[in-house]
Design a protein. Structure first.
Length: 261
C-alpha cells in the first residue's frame, strides 16, 4: 500500500491536487549580465496527503520555484494553482492557504518567540483561546518553552529557525511550502520537524519542500523532483527514478541526472 493510499481515509477534508505548476518560468534581468533564466518551464503537481521533495544543487532554481508558488515572485511565463487559487490572479488567497518558510523568512527582533506566534496568528484570524492553545501547542512541539519570552534578537540560529517554522504553520494551513526547513537545527529538533511533516501528511496536507539532505528525502517523500540549471530533470517515486537511471541509491540517481545535463 502506498503512503497516499494509507492516508486517503485520514484526509482532513482536502481532495485532489494542492499544488500544480504549469510551465513556471522566471527570467531575471541584470544590466551587466543580461537575462538570467532561473526557472525554465517547471511542471509538476503535489496532491493532498503527499510530500513532494525538490532536490538540486545550490543555484538550481529550487528557491525561485518555491517563491513563485508562494507568490513572493511573479512568474515571467507559465502559471500555477495552489490550494485551488491562481498564484497570479489570487495571490492573497494563496497566502492565506499556505505556510511558507524560506531562508529569508524574517522575524521582528524586538518580539519574543511567543509574541511572534501571537502576532502572526492574529494576522491569520486567530484570537482568544484558540490562538493561545495553538501557540502553546507549537511552543511545546518545537521545544521553545525555555525561550518563549526571549526576544528574537537574542536567539541562536537554531532557535530562530524554530520560531520561523512555528510562525509559518501557526494558522494550520492546508498547504506547506518549506525551503530547507531543517537548516540550522540540531539532530533532535530536526527529527521533531520531520515527524511534524509526517503528521501533516497523515492529516491530508499537501507538503512541498526543498532540501540537500538525501536521508530526509528518502524518509519523507512520496515523489521527488530533481532540478538543475533551472529545469526539472526528472520526477517520480524513488523506484521510478531508480528505473530511469539504473541506479540504486538516491545520491547515485542525483549524480546520474546531473551528468545527463
Amino acid at each position: 500500500m502506498s503512503r497516499q493510499e494509507a492516508t486517503s481515509g485520514e484526509n482532513a477534508g482536502f481532495q485532489g491536487v494542492g499544488i500544480e505548476a504549469a510551465g513556471l518560468t522566471k527570467v531575471f534581468h541584470d544590466k551587466r549580465r543580461g537575462e538570467t533564466l532561473a526557472a525554465d518551464d517547471i511542471r509538476f503537481s503535489c496532491a493532498y496527503g503527499e510530500v513532494f521533495g525538490l532536490l538540486g544543487p545550490n543555484g538550481a532554481g529550487k528557491t525561485t520555484t518555491l517563491r513563485m508558488l508562494s507568490t513572493v515572485l511573479r512568474p515571467t511565463r507559465g502559471n500555477a494553482r495552489v490550494a485551488g487559487f491562481d498564484v497570479v490572479e489570487a495571490p492573497l488567497d494563496v497566502r492565506r492557504a499556505i505556510g511558507f518558510l524560506s531562508a529569508n523568512t524574517g522575524l521582528y527582533e524586538r518580539l519574543t518567540a511567543k509574541e511572534t506566534l501571537t502576532y502572526f496568528g492574529r494576522l491569520h484570524g486567530l484570537n482568544g483561546e484558540a490562538l493561545a492553545l495553538r501557540s502553546e501547542e507549537l511552543l511545546q512541539l518545537f521545544g521553545m518553552t525555555d525561550f518563549a519570552d526571549v526576544r528574537c534578537e537574542k536567539l541562536s540560529t537554531g532557535m530562530r529557525q524554530k520560531v520561523s517554522i512555528a510562525r509559518a504553520v501557526v494558522h494550520d494551513p492546508p498547504v506547506l511550502i518549506l525551503d530547507e526547513p531543517t537548516l540550522g537545527l540540531d539532530i533532535l529538533v530536526a527529527g521533531t520537524l520531520i515527524r511534524f511533516i509526517e503528521d501533516c501528511r497523515q492529516r491530508g496536507k499537501c507538503v512541498l519542500f526543498s532540501t540537500h539532505n538525501m536521508s530526509e528525502v528518502e524518509r519523507l517523500c512520496d515523489r521527488i523532483g530533481i532540478i538543475h540549471d533551472g529545469r526539472l530533470r526528472a520526477s517520480g517515486t524513488l523506484d521510478e527514478l531508480r528505473e530511469l537511471t539504473s541506479k540504486e541509491y538516491l545520491e547515485e540517481i542525483f549524480v546520474s541526472l546531473m551528468d545527463r545535463g
